[in-house]
Design a protein around this ligand. Structure first.
Ligand SMILES: Cc1ncc(COP(=O)(O)O)c(C=O)c1O
Length: 465
């Protein structure tokens, strides 16, 4: 066991040490990886050390350095050393963290970490929480609590009766909401057709007057879904005004704060979220901004009773000793890993000031990208908010895709493409704990060079000096 784990540690350390110079992107496409990694199930056992070494050698060319300080695709965080080490311990201890009494330490760490997050994210002190796989499952968890409350207020017990025959639930959400919200509503049986899209401004932030009008135009149980951090533009909905519009209507307000909720951790940026603590539930990720390994999202609910009513599970064989906070009463999962441990380690190793520094640095790096690209005639910056930048090379839409492909091929950094309001754009998402202004400058050089290559070496209005 010791030799094998030491070997795994060596492989992991080699990987991290290679990070600053290896190409950020994978050196294989999915079809080649499938071919290279295809093998028959062995008829008998294979030595564990050989299994490990082969896995590393075979997989490495198909691994993207998503933890690189110059990986800017999607919204993907890296992993802090403290969080990775604690995650290894969570795997080594292999606790089933669904129940408290068989694993009191895992349950206590979950409670401590939940409390720290509530404090750090500026949420009501007695909010309940659940550590789930990601922000989408945090939506499922929080919206199950919302579904419970708005239907209970309408005299319907959804946990007992299901949704057949239930009053129809309206969900009012910005037209630029994240796709995972729709899927969460589908999983909850509310269906995506229950969504009434609300108009947004140019940046993708909800228009509160449109929301108020739409709320007034209908009746019955309602859930309002706001967003802190649009995946393309970084825009934050005006949360105070969203809560004003919803107040007195009986609507539940849920906030998708997958990454944007972390703005609260910086005294310089928390004004952006003003009013967020007036909402009823919040969903966020720890595997993005906080830099813990996949997978970890967190749901928070102000109405703990609704949360518990939506999630709790009882069986005689589960009850061991005195009743305590049983994690499985708050989660959609039954058995699960001790997901809070790496979050605990990340928060302890950074402290309040370290998280604020991280927040400010990621936002400052995105600002630097936006400013420098905005100075170049060849590029048009369409939006910039928090740690996100939306930019396109001047030219037709196909140039954006050629540019992104060239950036990925070059390997200095990694960006991804998107369609925003009908135009192909490039997204730059700064979400790695190691990214510095030097990484931004090195990436800017690569991006301007890639633009030259993507246009066939044509005229460029100026490099990055
Ligand atoms: C705004 C927003 N909401 C939800 C999600 C989904 O998060 P997860 O992939 O952790 O489920 C994302 C992912 O990027 C996001 O940006």
């Amino acid at each position: 066991m010791r030799d094998l784990l030491n070997a795994a540690t060596e492989h992991a350390a080699d990987y991290f040490e290679s990070m600053s110079e290896r190409p950020v992107g994978a050196r294989m496409d999915p079809a080649t990886a499938r071919e290279a990694l295809h093998s028959e199930l062995p008829d008998g056992p294979v030595d564990s050390r050989k299994v490990l070494d082969d896995l590393v050698a075979d997989a490495d060319p198909g691994i993207t350095a998503m933890g690189s300080p110059r990986f800017f695709g999607f919204v993907i965080g890296g992993t802090l050393p403290s969080a990775l080490a604690a995650d290894w311990m969570a795997s080594a201890w292999d606790q089933n963290a669904g129940l408290a009494s068989p694993t009191p330490a895992a349950a206590a760490i979950e409670e401590v970490t939940g409390g720290w997050l509530i404090d750090l994210l500026g949420l009501p002190a007695d909010s309940s929480f659940a550590f789930v796989t990601g922000c989408q499952m945090a939506h499922v968890t929080a919206l199950a609590a919302a579904r419970h409350r708005v239907l209970a207020d309408a005299g319907w017990n959804v946990e007992a009766e299901g949704l057949i025959g239930a009053p129809r639930v309206r969900v009012l959400a910005g037209e630029e909401r994240h796709v995972t919200l729709d899927r969460a509503l589908r999983l909850l049986g509310l269906g995506s057709a229950c969504i009434e899209p609300v108009a947004c401004d140019e940046s993708g932030a909800i228009l509160p007057d449109a929301l108020a009008e739409q709320l007034a135009a209908g009746s019955g149980p309602a859930i309002v879904c706001a967003q802190a951090g649009n995946v393309n533009t970084g825009a934050v909905d005006p949360l105070d005004a969203v809560c004003d519009a919803s107040e007195g209507t009986g609507a539940w307000v849920h906030v998708d704060g997958a990454f944007g909720l972390w703005a609260q951790t910086s005294p310089a940026r928390r004004e952006l979220l003003r009013g967020h603590d007036r909402a009823d539930s919040w969903a966020t990720d720890a595997h993005k901004w906080l830099s813990v390994p996949y997978d970890c999202g967190i749901a928070f609910v102000a109405d703990a009773e609704a949360h518990r009513a939506a999630m709790s599970a009882h069986a005689a064989y589960l009850q061991q000793g005195e009743p305590v906070r049983e994690p499985l009463d708050w989660n959609p999962e039954f058995s699960r890993r001790a997901r809070s441990m790496p979050v605990y380690a990340a928060l302890r190793s950074l402290g309040r000031s370290g998280v604020a520094e991280l927040t400010d640095r990621l936002c400052a790096c995105a600002e630097r990208f936006a400013e420098r690209l905005g100075e170049l005639e060849d590029f048009e910056v369409l939006a910039h908010g928090l740690n996100q930048v939306l930019v396109r090379p001047r030219g037709d839409d196909s140039l954006t895709d050629r540019l992104v492909a060239e950036i990925q091929r070059d390997g200095t950094c990694w960006t991804s493409a998107t369609t925003w309001r009908g135009r192909r754009c490039m997204r730059i998402s700064v979400c790695n704990w190691q990214t510095t202004s030097e990484d931004v400058d090195r990436s800017l050089e690569a991006i301007t060079e890639a633009r030259r290559t993507a246009t066939g070496g044509g005229f460029s209005a100026g490099g990055v000096g």
